[in-house]
Ligand binder design. Structure first.
Ligand code: GLN
Length: 218
């Protein structure tokens, strides 16, 4: 089983590293042909306006919507969450409207460009998830079929799931956190034809690193 990582721009390498760490083959996605042999897709953080332009330029919009329509898991982090949102606050049109939420870009303002928070994400177990937020969006509204996976202490929503689409305002991949990727891999193997792809098992090692040194808005 292989999982694609959109590699047009932004923090895609860290997602490929995280997939490698859990024993899943990651594939860089740059053009439609790359999408044919994958069972799931990750949209990284970066700059959503640039991603919007590159998705259009490389003709990736329809093939990604098709992949999602076939039930493959799609996971967006930070700018990737903006890409997946049905509505973007302000007058921006949606990019790949796959999850019924409204997001506000750069919701934490300049004073708080980046911060870290430990989050309870019950579907991923009891241990808290360390979330790194970098010029992060927030989820302002969720549709009736959207599951809220995590909130900040003040109640604001920072992780959601609707069927096969998962989105987080933060970067688990910059914190050495593998559980979201394991969830995506599990969903991808369930989505695949039975009998295929079940061979590789995640292993439990965790990578530790100081994530503050990462930039994702390049
Ligand atoms: N601020 C970026 C945007 O609006 C997102 C930043 C990120 O992905 N860390 O597109």
């Amino acid at each position: 089983m292989r999982i694609g990582v959109l590699a047009l721009q932004g923090a895609f390498r860290e997602h490929l590293d995280t997939l490698r760490e859990i024993g899943v083959e990651g594939v860089r996605i740059r053009e439609p042909a790359d999408l044919t042999a994958i069972s799931g897709l990750i949209l990284p953080g970066g700059e959503s306006t640039t991603m919007r332009q590159l998705i259009e330029r490389w003709g990736l919009r329809e093939p990604i919507l098709d992949l999602a329509g076939r039930g493959a898991p799609i996971f967006g982090t930070c700018a990737g969450m903006i890409v997946l949102a049905a509505e973007i606050a302000g007058d921006e049109s949606p990019i790949l409207p796959l999850i019924d939420v409204t997001v506000e870009r750069n919701a934490f303002g300049r004073q708080l460009e980046s911060f870290e928070a430990d989050l309870s994400v019950p579907i991923l177990g009891d241990a808290l998830i360390h979330g790194i937020f970098i010029r992060a969006p927030i989820i302002e509204r969720t549709g009736p079929d959207v599951d809220i996976l995590a909130r900040l202490d003040d109640g604001r929503i920072v992780a959601v799931r609707e069927r096969n689409i998962i989105a987080t305002a933060f970067h688990p991949e910059l914190a050495g956190e593998t559980r979201f990727h394991r969830l995506v891999a599990t969903m991808a193997s369930e989505h695949e034809d039975p009998g295929e792809g079940a061979g590789r098992r995640p292993h439990p090692t965790r990578r530790t690193q100081t994530a503050r040194h990462h930039r994702c808005d390049r």
